[in-house]
Design a binder for this molecule. Structure first.
Ligand SMILES: [Zn+2]
Length: 390
């Protein structure tokens, strides 16, 4: 088969299914579901894939809104990851509906190439819930979901130019709870212990620390519960914090410092504090340069004007995937020339349903299916990808 035949087969297959895929992507967009509540998105994808002859496992590895849809046999085994959770109050402000569109399209194309050209190997579309919150990829890895997978490919919509998989920050999440003592704020404040003061001092301590941190680190917090009414001394307050760094050891040292600051705030206010580490810290992302180079070459060919970008300060549970197998988390631009639209905003959510976004999604899916095809058919490429994984 010539390269031209391959391109024609891929374009034809995408065209055959693009209307249904676009409809599915729009439906997920218009019915946003939060992390681990993605029941409609999961049902739509599994029913669609089952209808196309994929072998579908629902409730994958015991996760209610995870799935695996496979076709073909043996190895190599290519996995395309789908995400489909939305953000509170802004719908698909991260555009995960389009990640689902890329994964499904690429998987459907590769399944057809395996069948039509009698290729040896397997393709799986893996539905991975809760990227925005708890990071179910980490649960899936722990349950053995990647044990017989050779490579994982995924692509995320972006407000930056189309680009390769980047080194990404690791992240740890915390819930910090202070307990004081309630009292009437006017009649007997001297009998209270103010848990809101503890939160305020926690934020002051973090702000003082910030100046001494390397530029690449990030700390951000919100007060989830700051008390109930001004005339009651708050006896219970909660703040959520995220810490990010490119180095896992440094991230662990940041954890220790945050715990110390929280203890200090409790001491100063005579309150008590509990620092809860939310399960599933995300590891920093480790890109595979062979997969990246192939993506960038093809993105150029598809007229997506790709640019090699520096590392990303954002974090994803895909970081953990990159330590398991060679993996790529590429980015495709959906905001065009508009530089004012940023990811995690309502405007980005609007973009995630635009015809430009769907066009970019279609190109990206075809690129990912091509990389999957190359991995199935070229031993030299497989070796290079494995060597780059280290
Ligand atoms: Zn995202």
């Amino acid at each position: 088969m010539t390269l031209k035949d391959l391109k024609t087969a891929i374009d034809k297959c995408y065209k055959e299914h693009s209307k249904e895929i676009e409809h599915l992507v729009h439906t997920i967009h218009d019915n946003p579901e939060l992390s681990e509540e993605e029941e409609l998105a999961c049902r739509l994808q599994t029913e669609f894939l089952e209808g196309l002859g994929f072998h579908v496992t629902r409730n994958y590895k015991g996760l209610k809104t995870a799935f695996a849809a496979s076709a073909g046999e043996g190895s190599p085994h290519i996995c395309f990851m789908s995400e489909y959770d939305a953000l509170a109050d802004m719908g698909h402000g991260c555009g995960h509906n389009l990640i689902a569109g890329v994964a499904l399209s690429a998987g459907i194309i590769l399944k057809q190439l395996i069948r039509d050209f009698h290729l040896k190997g397997r393709v799986t579309i893996m539905g991975t819930p809760a990227e925005e919150k708890r990071g179910c990829k980490i649960d899936l890895i722990a349950a053995g979901a990647l044990e017989d997978v050779d490579i994982v490919l995924m692509a995320h919509p972006s407000d930056h130019p189309t680009s390769q998989s980047m080194e990404a920050s690791g992240i740890m999440q915390f819930i910090i709870r202070f307990t004081g003592k309630a009292a009437h704020a006017a009649a007997s404040p001297e009998k209270g212990l103010n848990a809101l003061d503890a939160v305020r001092l926690l934020f002051s301590g973090v702000d003082a620390w910030r100046q001494q941190l390397p530029e690449t680190c990030r700390i951000h917090g919100v007060i989830k519960d700051g008390g109930k009414a001004p005339n009651i001394i708050p006896d219970a307050t909660t703040a959520d914090f995220y810490l990010r760094a490119f180095d896992m050891d440094f991230l662990l040292s940041m954890k220790k410092r945050l715990e110390n600051i929280a203890q200090g705030a409790a001491l100063m206010t005579d309150t008590t504090v509990v620092v809860e580490v939310v399960k599933n810290a995300y590891k920093p992302g480790k890109p595979n340069q062979e997969l990246n180079q192939e993506f960038m070459r093809l993105a150029e060919e598809y007229g997506m004007a790709p640019e090699w970008l520096e590392r990303s300060r954002a974090s994803s549970d895909f970081g953990d995937v990159t330590y398991e197998v060679p993996a790529m988390h590429a980015f495709f631009n959906i905001t065009g020339q508009n530089k004012d639209i940023v990811i995690h905003s309502r405007e980005f959510a609007d973009c995630a349903a635009s015809s430009f976004a769907l066009e970019q999604m279609g190109k990206t899916a075809r690129i990912l299916s091509k990389i999957g095809h190359l991995y199935l058919t070229c031993e030299d490429f497989r070796k290079k990808v494995m060597d780059a994984h280290g």
